[in-house]
Design a protein around this ligand. Structure first.
Ligand SMILES: *Cc1c(COP(=O)(O)O)cnc(C)c1O
Length: 371
């Protein structure tokens, strides 16, 4: 079986983890936390990085730190992971869903303004599967309507927008270091910001809202979202090699592009794009089947699994999630592009351990299954 993802863990990670273990610094105190925060923040050119225990909690923390009035609306793409919507719901905010672009699969910027009301306070931008959103189009909309921008770049570590690394847009950016992300700490995440006040708030909120003046006195409701020094030890080693990992991802993406081009020309599938202003890191290499009777992503994935190729379906749109139907803000709407890519899209093995031989086998199986 060729796995959809396998994390790449090398000697350096073991060396640092051993050091954490041997010195007894196994909680969220310890030198690797600071070093990892600084090293990763400097990679994305942010002043501050605040390490947390996962990417979902990074988003929850970011929205909490922005302290928007209850019932405020936050614009998010419908086509994303549920973490983005949960971050709104758990902060008593209302997620407002926007359809996707058919080529980049990112939120359709031309559909944002029609969703803005007098309750809108923020836009959450999410770079999907490694392709950056068009920041020069989206940031002016946020500015015009006086909205916060939260950037979820969990899938775009190393991706660039007009030469600027993702993770550098908006008031707070959020990363995930889950095992399938470009760098991993097993489970983990980070909030990043250039704003000193937000940095202070994020650090307090993630640590039970302890204050320095008097321990165990609290002025705010906090969380325990702390990352451990052991996780940060892995993260530091991973960050030291990040350029190589990003290069490998791009190599995987471009290799798939080259070998799958004929299938796209035959109109069997659509491949990911890379706009002229973008550096796509192809975090996960997704393809979308051209709608054909009897063959959707579920069926194609089943047939590939029978041949030993593990894949994953695309996201399921937030505006069709059963769990949200009971909420008073839920509205039945049709966002056709996200519904279509969700039905016909899936992603191929894309992990950092993938070999050229494996890619060739994946392509061979895809051809057998699709034509
Ligand atoms: C992975 C991911 C997250 C959530 O990260 P976890 O660490 O798994 O909680 C959030 N947003 C996006 C876009 C992701 O891909």
């Amino acid at each position: 079986m060729i796995p959809v993802n396998e994390p790449l863990i090398l000697e350096k990670e073991m060396e640092y983890v051993n050091e954490a273990l041997k010195t007894g610094w196994i909680s969220s105190e310890g030198k690797f936390i600071k070093e990892f925060e600084q090293r990763f923040a400097s990679y994305v050119n942010r002043k501050q990085g605040i390490a947390v225990d996962n990417g979902t909690n990074a988003l929850i923390l970011a929205l909490r730190a922005l302290d928007m009035p209850e019932g405020s609306e936050v614009i998010i793409p419908s086509f994303t992971i549920i973490s983005c919507a949960l971050a709104c719901v758990y902060n008593n905010l209302i997620p407002v869903f926007v359809d996707s672009e058919a080529d980049t699969w990112n939120m359709d910027i031309s559909k944002i303004e029609e969703k803005i009301t007098d309750k809108t306070r923020a836009i959450m931008i999410v770079h999907i599967y490694g392709h950056p959103v068009d920041a020069d189009k989206i940031l002016p909309i946020a500015k015009k309507h006086n909205l916060y921008v939260i950037e979820d770049f969990a899938e775009a570590i190393g991706s660039e927008y007009k030469g600027v690394r993702c993770g550098n847009l908006g008031d707070i950016s959020c990363a995930s270091f889950y095992a399938n992300k470009v760098i991993t700490t097993g489970e983990g995440g980070m909030c990043l910001t250039d704003n000193e006040e937000l940095d202070k708030r994020l650090r307090q909120l993630k640590n039970l809202s302890f204050v320095p003046e008097r321990r165990f006195v609290h002025y705010n409701l906090g969380f325990n979202f702390r990352m451990t020094n052991i996780q940060a030890a892995i993260g530091l080693a991973q960050t030291e090699r990040i350029e190589e990992s990003v290069k490998k991802k791009i190599w995987i993406g471009k290799t798939y592009n080259r070998l799958l081009k004929p299938l796209e020309e035959q109109k069997v599938i659509k491949l990911p794009v890379e706009k002229e202003w973008a550096k796509n890191t192809y975090w996960m290499y997704g393809v979308v089947l051209n709608s054909a009777p009897g063959l959707d992503a579920q069926e194609a994935m089943k047939r590939l699994a029978e041949k030993g190729i593990q894949t994953r379906p695309f996201f399921y749109p937030m505006h069709t999630q059963p769990v949200f139907e009971e909420f008073p803000w839920f509205r039945k709407e049709s966002l056709p592009v996200s519904e279509n890519i969700s039905k016909y899209g899936f992603y191929l093995p894309s992990g950092l351990t993938l070999t050229e031989e494996q890619i060739v086998k994946v392509i061979k199986c895809i051809k057998e299954v699709l034509i």
